[in-house]
Design a protein around this ligand. Sequence first.
Ligand code: PXP
Length: 245
Amino acid sequence: MSTFTPRLGVNIDHVATLRQARRSAYPDPVTAAVMAEMYGAAQITCHIRSDRRHIQDADLPRLRDAVQTQLNVEMAATVEMIELVGSILTTQPNRHRITLVPENPTEITTEGGLDVCKHHQLITHTVAKLRQQQIAVSLFVDPDLKQIEASNIEGVDMIEINTAKYAEGDTEDIIRIKNAALCAQSLGLTVAAGHGLTHHNLDYLVRAVPEIIEYNIGHSIVSRSVFVGWEVAIRDLLQIIERTK
Ligand code: PXP
């Protein structure tokens, strides 16, 4: 068992989803981010989508300035996003992070990891552009060894393994996640994981794959907070991570 305690990254997208449902000023994802940090989050994630369904452009500089830990912005590898997010995060060199994710306008949520093998040139070019702006870069990938090996791109220091299949009940996927994490580690890449994680399925993953140093969790925290509150929803996950170390 590892003695290292992984970090919890809190994804605040769905606080913004609730705000956008009424195009109101509340609930404010920036307030959610600041409070999440107070309750122990070590990183704040948001995803700026091309359709702006939750996080808006104006949220990004506010988040950049308010977040005291690290802001991790998920985005597609498009010219629009490189220019928008790059120009906002570059003002604080090497402090914040971008995670490149695939994006399909008709999806309800991110449906899978990047196909780094297929889009190697585009991703390499995007990483180089972001690194020129001194922004740390991660790639969101499926637990597939070919994708992990292809992610070993100059300028990429971290991968985030997609845990969606495991979270949907395919516990056999834990073996693929474990092998992917070991492969990434052997390449010198730091390992994060996320998608679909909850207070029910996190414990087993933390025990089985101690190579993961960061968990990015959003939908289940926001959903559960409706009933138990933001603080309890976050602290319960931290407790799971703590007790399994
Ligand atoms: N990691 C990535 C790359 C994601 O796209 C998402 C969803 O936005 C998450 C983690 C968080 O997933 P969930 O909201 O299911 O916890």
